[in-house]
Design a protein around this ligand. Sequence first.
Ligand SMILES: Nc1ncnc2c1ncn2[C@@H]1O[C@H](COP(=O)(O)OP(=O)(O)OP(=O)(O)O)[C@@H](O)[C@H]1O
Ligand SMILES: [Mg+2]
Length: 241
Amino acid sequence: MKPTLLKIEGLHTSYGRIPMLLDVTLDIHEKNVCCVLGANGAGKSTLVKAILGMVKADKGKMYLKDTDITDWPSHKRVAGGIQVASAGTGTFPKMTVERNLKLGAYNLLHAARDSKVLEERLEEVYESFPVLKDRLQQKAGTLSGGERTMLSIARAVINKPDLLIMDEPSLGLAPIVVDEVFRIVRRLNQESNMSIMLVEQNATKALAVSHYGYVIQKGQIIFQGEPDAIRESALLDNPVM
Ligand SMILES: Nc1ncnc2c1ncn2[C@@H]1O[C@H](COP(=O)(O)OP(=O)(O)OP(=O)(O)O)[C@@H](O)[C@H]1O
Ligand SMILES: [Mg+2]
């Protein structure tokens, strides 16, 4: 089995006095795509926020490559190789696509302070996301939903994270764009060896690109396994899923 990149053990979180995540234990292995499936309000984005350090762990532990990051602030987790892409966040609508990408490469600039490295990464990103290359001077807020999703993924991957977390990348997109997003997931994993945590409601498409998956319901992991096991579990036919 591939080594574990992110390990979560017995994680509990709450919003005020209301418990949200209950005893969540989850492993993401290196070079794997792992999906987290669940209905609206199941706690998926809360889990993402907990991994990013934006929601506090009341109980439980989190390890990145065996280092205990439970008490790390968000910026340290990002510097440690975790990036998130979600359509609704992370891009600055009044700034151009190019500026968004350069700001996204914050980590890279910090590490290398080398504009040549940045130029190379930008070229790689333009190659992977040609739709962005055609719109470099356009303000991000005027992009279509699909283009904005591409921008949010691009600004995360420009840093070459070890773990890319995608929170419902297919949300609200036309089927043809959804297919493109999942193709990108597969390509990033296969060509760049990136581990990807794919949070999705579109279970069928997510399972098709995943090595492993978890099903979350009311803040608890109720099932986990390889894609076939999840398909056979009939959980996907369940309306609460
Ligand atoms: N800041 C907050 N304060 C109080 N409750 C919150 C807060 N954020 C989320 N919640 C609640 O926690 C529950 C889980 O929310 P979460 O965003 O994690 O769900 P989700 O699985 O991502 O759902 P969706 O698929 O709709 O994005 C919801 O009932 C939500 O209303
Ligand atoms: Mg959510």
